[in-house]
Design a protein around this ligand. Structure first.
Ligand SMILES: [Zn+2]
Ligand SMILES: [Zn+2]
Length: 301
């Protein structure tokens, strides 16, 4: 077992050195995305839009982020695994690695140790941290420290290792049933756009937009990033209240991921939903720690 001090050193990821595996795959997907434009059809566009929603909303927003990382609500295990597999269609790495990277971001937001702060450069916060260094790779001590809940679950650990499989299977199925155009749109173009919109949450929403809460870092609320990411752009609300399953707090702050969670609740699949309401909270410093449970500002939805 490593001491906390040793683990702390490991979380200060190496920021130099080209990560060739990521460079090759990201380049391949960008070339594939441009090539897809020459194979378009209405069916291909529908497949891409549908997968964009399954992977981005069910997978990343509702799954990796609000459920696995912040435990903003509870679902039966089988639903949790399903949402996790949806998130793997984004090629954003294994779910446990994703969760750990994101919990580190919350623990060190815009300070030393933040894997992707624009204070280290705009380009760095968007894509640089993926192409250089080791910010997404964590050794076992770091994984166990930041995600003990997931590391205890053998199926999650197994999924984390085989994170690329759902995407390969989906790609082969699209190719078989829909042909080249549908595969190019549903995989290469859709994944590439999804990567950039997710990265905008790390770059744009720590640069541009309003700060409703004085969180002491640079997180902002961005309506256009929210539209592209099914609600993840209400990022200042989220940093102020990380465990709230609802990010868009005002009626005009459209938050599709929240509607998705409400839909799960309607089918009695989501319970113990944490949410914060604008009228019971002060906009003064509101900074919850990563693992905190509910506090007075929260109530069960
Ligand atoms: Zn952030
Ligand atoms: Zn978060």
């Amino acid at each position: 077992m490593k001491s906390n001090a040793q683990v702390e050193v490991t979380t200060n990821q190496r920021k130099t050195g080209i990560n060739w595996l990521n460079v090759i795959f990201i380049s391949l997907f960008h070339v594939g995305a441009v090539a897809a434009l020459f194979f378009w059809s209405w069916q291909a566009i529908v497949a891409a839009v549908l997968l964009y929603w399954v992977a981005g909303s069910l997978g990343i927003g509702m799954g990796f982020h609000r459920l696995l990382t912040h435990r903003g609500y509870k679902v039966p295990k089988v639903v949790e695994y399903f949402l996790t597999i949806c998130g793997m269609l984004t090629l954003e790495g294994g779910s446990v690695n994703w969760v750990v990277t994101h919990r580190i971001h919350h623990a060190h937001t815009d300070r030393e140790g933040d894997p992707h702060s624009p204070r280290d450069g705009r380009w760095w916060s968007h894509i640089g941290w993926i192409l250089k260094g080791t910010a997404q790779q964590h050794d076992k001590a770091v994984l166990s420290r930041y995600a003990p809940d997931l590391m205890k679950d053998r199926f999650h650990v197994w999924l984390n290792r085989l994170y690329f499989m759902p995407l390969i299977i989906t790609g082969l199925a699209l190719l078989y049933f829909g042909g080249w155009g549908m595969m190019m749109w549903g995989i290469f173009l859709r994944v590439t756009i999804g990567l950039h919109t997710t990265w905008l949450v790390n770059s744009a929403t720590h640069l541009w937009g309003k700060q409703r809460f004085h969180t002491g870092e640079d997180s902002r609320n961005s309506w256009w990033v929210a539209l592209l990411t099914f609600g993840e752009g209400w990022h200042n609300n989220h940093h102020a209240h990380p465990t709230s399953a609802r990010h868009g707090l005002a009626w005009y702050e459209i938050d599709f991921n929240w509607w998705g969670i409400r839909l799960l609740q309607l089918f009695r699949l989501a319970k113990a939903i944490k949410r914060v309401r604008l009228d019971g909270v002060s906009t003064a410093l509101q900074h919850d720690s990563v693992d905190m449970g509910s506090k007075e500002a929260y109530e069960r939805a």
